[in-house]
Structure formats: structure tokens, C-alpha cells
Design a protein around this ligand. Sequence first.
Ligand code: S3P
Length: 434
Amino acid sequence: MSTFIVQPGGRLAGEARVPGDKSISHRAIMLGALANGVTRVSGFLEGADCIATLEAFRAMGVRIERHGPGDVEIHGVGLDGLKAPQGPLDMGNSGTAMRLLCGVLAGQAFDSELIGDRSLSGRPMRRVTEPLAHMGARIDTSEAGTPPLRVHGGATLRGTDHQLAVASAQVKSALLLAGLWAEGRTCVTEPAPTRDHTERMLAGFGYAVERDGARACVKGGGTLSASPVDVPADISSAAFFLVGASIATGSRMRLEHVGMNPTRTGVIDILRLMGAGIRVLDAREAGGEPVADLEVEASTLKGIQIPEHLVPLAIDEFPAIFVAAACAEGETVLTGAGELRVKESDRIQVMADGLAALGVDCAVQTDGIRIQGGGGFAGGEVDSHGDHRIAMSFAMAGLRAREPVRIRDCANVGTSFPGFVELARRAGLQLEEA
Ligand code: S3P
């Protein structure tokens, strides 16, 4: 079990390109595998989560070659070309892999089983299995609605017109993917905008997606055509450095080729509302997704009431935002974020426990948290509960700590950010792994 030890103080400086976007990397493997032709992916995230997706498609007969760092070639088998896997498909720590694959597998002729690690095995899956069942899929969960999932092959899927109960791109994507094999149209309406990488990439692979405000629809029976995918750097990984450089006096960093899809940039909006100095430079487009370079410098932050409409647009960045809030003058209040409780860990409780262990005054609420900022961190020991984003967020807290910060259970950092320790050290974090 790996532990991070961060010496107090320091600053962040220099230029960095953080690894590829996790959400886009998963989808590139999935659509590449289901397309006709060969898809070349550059900037692919070689973290454990996306490798789980890659291995799952290999297990279903798709030839996928890795030519070099981030350079992957997928020999698509078409929408009817997947083969029955020999055993259960292990999705590791990845909710995205499991939920999106559930949509894909619902439309196959063969039976399959999806399993995951301890964290994933406790996460809610009925949010995908129930609407998929409504389309005609047959999927068994545990009694608690959690993995393992047994997907019965040979179901006839019917299109649906589904109103999402929670703002979840994973559920939306699972239904749209199942819709590729369904009779007629499958439409999904979301209660608030969520990441739209699936819709964009389907369109990029030549599959018509009708989009009208909060509603996206696909018609079954089409084909996907292989298309190169240039994966931008993950804004969710850049977020740790946006926060670290904002809170540590004298910092200035440039983050290159960061994905700037407007359904993902809530972290920039929230940090700017808190007073952060973040500049967006050279905004451009790469493979159907907006990208830019980001420049961030240390600033005096202030506590805010986080606008609820920004919550789904920053859903993975709250652990890092909480660290910023602890360094801001005054109180930061988050509401409408109950979804944080069903991520890789209960991110409200686990962050609150860690903040309290580092001497930060905070109060947990059902769907959010209140953080009293201004004091920085005393130092001490926190437990990440195997949650990669919590581990990396508390690593940044070391920049404003008075004593060393020890973070337990950090091995899962490799699910989303391979090379984090080296990159963070190069940028100036006094971080060691034990
Ligand atoms: C993701 C969607 C989000 C996010 C996750 C990745 C995706 O989950 O938290 O890390 O790639 O679709 P929800 O859609 O469940 O909020």
C-alpha cells in the first residue's frame, strides 16, 4: 500500500502536460472497437481504468496494439463483431468502464459478467441497469444493486425516451450506446448538462446524434466509421496543479493542451469565483474537442457559495476545490452535490475527515459541505480510502501545511494519473512515496 509524504511549503513552477483525458480515452477504445476500420488514438491515458476498458475489448476479440506512449491502434470489428469473452470482464476501479460497457453488452448476442475492485463493487449500478431493462435488456446485479453484473445476451432492445433522475454522463452514455443496437430511437434528457464526449465522439465516427437542448437521441442500426482521436490532457488532472499553484505563494505554472469542453470547465469557473488567476491561452480545437493552454499563478482566494449549476461541470474536481477552500479567506459552501457520496469513495465524508485531521474546520451536510478557510493546514496524517483524486488533492495541501502531510492508500493514483509523483516533484512539490 503506497503512502505519500509531502514536506511542508514550496511552490509550483514550470510547464507540464498532464496525461490524457480519462473519459475520452475510455470512449476512444469503445467506439474504435465498434467501428469499421482502424482507429489510431494519440494521447491515450495509460492509467489502470482505461487499460481495463482496453483489456475488456481485447477479451471480446478486438485487436488493439500499443505502439508507444499514448499511441494506440484499434482494429474495429463493427457493431456486430464482438465475441463472447472467456471469463468475467474486470473493470478494476472504474465506474465509467463498467457503466458504459453495461450499455454496450446489453446489445450483444452473448452472456457476459462485469466485476470490479472493492470500491467499484460497492457503487450503485441500478441507475444504468433499470433504464436498460426498460429497453429490454436483462442484467442481474447483487441484491444491493451493485456489481457483479451479469448481462444476459440475445435480448431485443427497444428505443426509449428516458429522463435521467441524476445528472450523470455515465448513465446517459450507457443508454446512448445501448441505443446503437436498439429498434428505433433512443433519447436521453438530462436534468443539467453533463460531459458530452460520447455524443461528440459518436458524431466524429459518423454516427448521427440529434441534439436539442438537454436531449440527445440516436437511431439504432447505423454504423461507426473509424476516425483518429487526439486525446487532450485531462482537465481533471490539471485541476490539482490549478489548485496547487493558486494556493502556494510565488507559484506560476503553464498546463498544456488541456481539454476545455464546456461541460468540464466548472473547476476554472469555481476557482475564478474564488479569485484564482487562471488565463486561457491559444484556445483551439483538436479532434472535435476544444483545447487550450492554461496559465495559473498564486492568488489570494476567498470563500464562496458554489453555484449549484456548476456542480455537474466540476463533479470530479471537488476534492481539489475543497483544498483551495481551506486556504481561502472565509467560508466556502457546497450544496447540491450528493453525487460525491457515490464516487470512488464518499468524497464528502472522506475529504471532511482528512480536512479535520489537518486542522481544518468543516461541517458535513447531506449533499455538500461547509469549509471554514483561511488557516491552511496543520499537517498530519490522512487516509485517501484508495481514492485517487483524494490522494492527489491532499498532496497539494502540503504546499500550505505547517508540518509534513502523510497520505495513506495512494496506489490508485495510477488509475487516472500515471506519473503523478514525478510530474508533481518536477513542478516543485516536495513529495515522496513510501
Ligand atoms: C464520467 C462521468 C462522471 C465522472 C466520471 C467520468 C464519464 O460520472 O464522475 O469520473 O466519463 O462519463 P457520473 O456521470 O456518474 O457523474
